[in-house]
Ligand binder design. Sequence first.
Ligand SMILES: [Zn+2]
Length: 400
Amino acid sequence: MRYDVSWDFGATSNDAARAEFMKLADAKELCRKIVAQALYRTGLLRAVDRLFRSRELSPMEGSRLPRLRRSSRSKFGILCYHRVGTDGVPLFSRLQPKLFRAQMEHIKKRYRVVSLGQLCRELQDGTSAEPTLAITFDDGYRDLYTHAFSVLQEYQLPATIYLIGQCMESGEVPWYDRIFLALKGVTGTSFEVEMDGFRQFALSSPKARIEAAWEIVSYLRTKPDSWRQKWCASFEKEVLIRPEDTEGRMLKWDQVRTMFRAGVSFGAHTMSHPSVSRLDWQGLETELGESKRLLEQGLGSPIEDFAYPFGKPEDRSLAAEEFLASYGYRSAVTTTEGFNIPGVSRFQLRRLSISDDWSLVDFAFNVSRMFLETPSEMRSIPIRSAEPVLSRMEQRELQG
Ligand SMILES: [Zn+2]
């Protein structure tokens, strides 16, 4: 099974449907890899790169094949990374620093790369530009300082790191990492846990352990966050999580400040990494407001950008967008795949999640492909639209 950074299978609880979905996803991924290799080896990937600058692929009514149509829209892509390095907790810990460096070299050569702030301004202004990229990292793992920072400096690439408030305060890894670590450390070959009835997991291999942890985290994302917190507290009484696995994994304030002084920007990623759609009003106030205040105090600078934990449509809400607007956030990024154009909501920015499993060829191909495929909800947006979509709160304010 392929573990990518998309958390795509979160709400799928039916085992057979999930297995079928995974089979299809794996087959699709294999096809992509074959096409990517063929394009790269024949030198055609450069031609694809040139093509996406003036064309888009859109579905054609009555046909399974997409239509290639001319487009003059400005396209803005945002890359979503988590860790860089291979010494982290089980999830997202397989991106070799050498490969990350090659990826940065590739985008530096082929794309216009700007800071997230500049990307937001250009999206707002409707600035016409060549395909443009911004680089983001979620969660604030320490290897961003030890492995990624020097590469970003070497290629003079701007980047934004989204920090989790409680992790900055406690230095501990977030709750979902603790579940992966717990399942990694459980002794024996099976494990039973309460998930709306008892669920038994076979833990016969490291892969089975990661699958079990994945299913538990996915299940918890569907629950109200206060319930999820109680569940985690009770779960941790039953399992052993070694302190040496949880400490020293996240960025420290002095590292954050050093990177900030060198031009890296920072955004908020809540206080405790909940699925934001599962928060009540009090929770929204704490997770969205408190995290902003904490980071602003720590950095001595405004925090304007936000990343939704997990980032899928089921992890977001209109109430959260209203809170983000009222707290003065400028943007919010998701993990829904695709490029952005002037006219998209600034609180629903799409990103391309970079998988640990991608080779450099896969990476180059997938970044190209992102700019070529029109995301579904953008198909109806007029090509030259320059006005940003206002949030409901802003609309109400304008109406008095
Ligand atoms: Zn996250």
